[in-house]
Design a protein around this ligand. Structure first.
Ligand code: HEM
Length: 131
């Protein structure tokens, strides 16, 4: 039925999908996202989403969420942004981040959609090199 179908769609999505609670704690992560960041679900569920990003965002992300909850003014929700992710091995990669806000059984959840841009960025860099 529809819950199983939705799970199959998320499990097989090309883009990474991560959900966090209103404090930024990771609640779920799909296989694409675990592959991108090189962690197993066990290693990230229950941890702050900031572990998946380098400074300075890492040290500010709680405040980003808090500011949004205080002001209602989004900087990424409904807009998107190109940001930098931090893999388990310490390397970084660029991705397009989309965030949506979901009200689910009385609480707020944020869903992040992660579209890897590594290949595009590498190709772009090569073009600039040869220009
Ligand atoms: C806000 C960075 C992942 C949820 C932001 C902002 C930045 C940022 C730069 C807004 C800064 C500003 O005020 O202009 C990052 C980076 C990530 C990441 C580098 C790399 C892992 C995520 C994920 C989610 C998420 C996966 C959701 C599952 C939010 C929320 C806000 C926010 C809810 C506040 C609302 C808004 O500004 O629209 N993040 N983020 N972030 N981020 Fe993230």
């Amino acid at each position: 039925e529809s819950v199983a179908l939705l799970k199959a769609i998320i499990d097989n999505a090309i883009d990474g999908i991560i959900t966090i609670d209103e404090r930024g704690i990771i609640e779920s992560i799909n296989p694409s996202a675990t592959k991108l960041f090189q962690y197993t679900p066990d290693e990230v569920i229950g941890k702050n989403i900031s572990m998946l990003m380098p400074p300075p965002d890492r040290d500010r992300h709680d405040e980003y969420i808090h500011r949004y909850q205080r002001t209602g003014v989004p900087h990424i929700i409904g807009i998107g942004r190109e940001v930098t992710g931090l893999r388990k091995d310490g390397t970084r990669f660029p991705f397009r981040l989309g965030v949506s806000e979901v009200q689910y059984s009385g609480r707020k959840i944020y869903t992040g959609f992660i579209h890897d841009l590594s290949r595009e960025k590498e190709a772009e860099a090569r073009l600039v090199e040869y220009a």
